[in-house]
Design a protein around this ligand. Sequence first.
Ligand SMILES: [Zn+2]
Length: 147
Amino acid sequence: MTITPAELATAPVVAGLFATEAGRAHLIGSRCLGCGTLYFPQAISCRNPHCHDKTIEQTALPNRGILYSFTVQRYRPPPLFQMDDWQPYAIGVVDLGQGLHVMGMLTDIALDEIAIGMAMQLTLEPLINDSQRGSIITYKFKPETLA
Ligand SMILES: [Zn+2]
């Protein structure tokens, strides 16, 4: 498989996690057509034991939510997790509504200013610079800015 320059510049950390439409990033999830349950990452079937129509469709998830919880990663994770210029960072759980909570790194805020209940929005940022794949992009959540 040949990687084009455009793909090289925006290679996602994992394919199928997020997309950009009209300059706005969103996570790609699944919605059950039977019971409406949302899943992230995408699911192949509904896991609701009370649901009888487990047909799943791909859906764009809301790109804004409320910070439900967070913690600060103060030691470098094992080598499987790669990150250039490592320093302590926050990981949060963001309530995107409709019962969906998504975990992600937090950015654009000092660690001691993070507060549960903050309005957050999705953003895409480089995670590592890979010599073969280029700049590897991941999703993060940052404090909401009105635009
Ligand atoms: Zn279902």
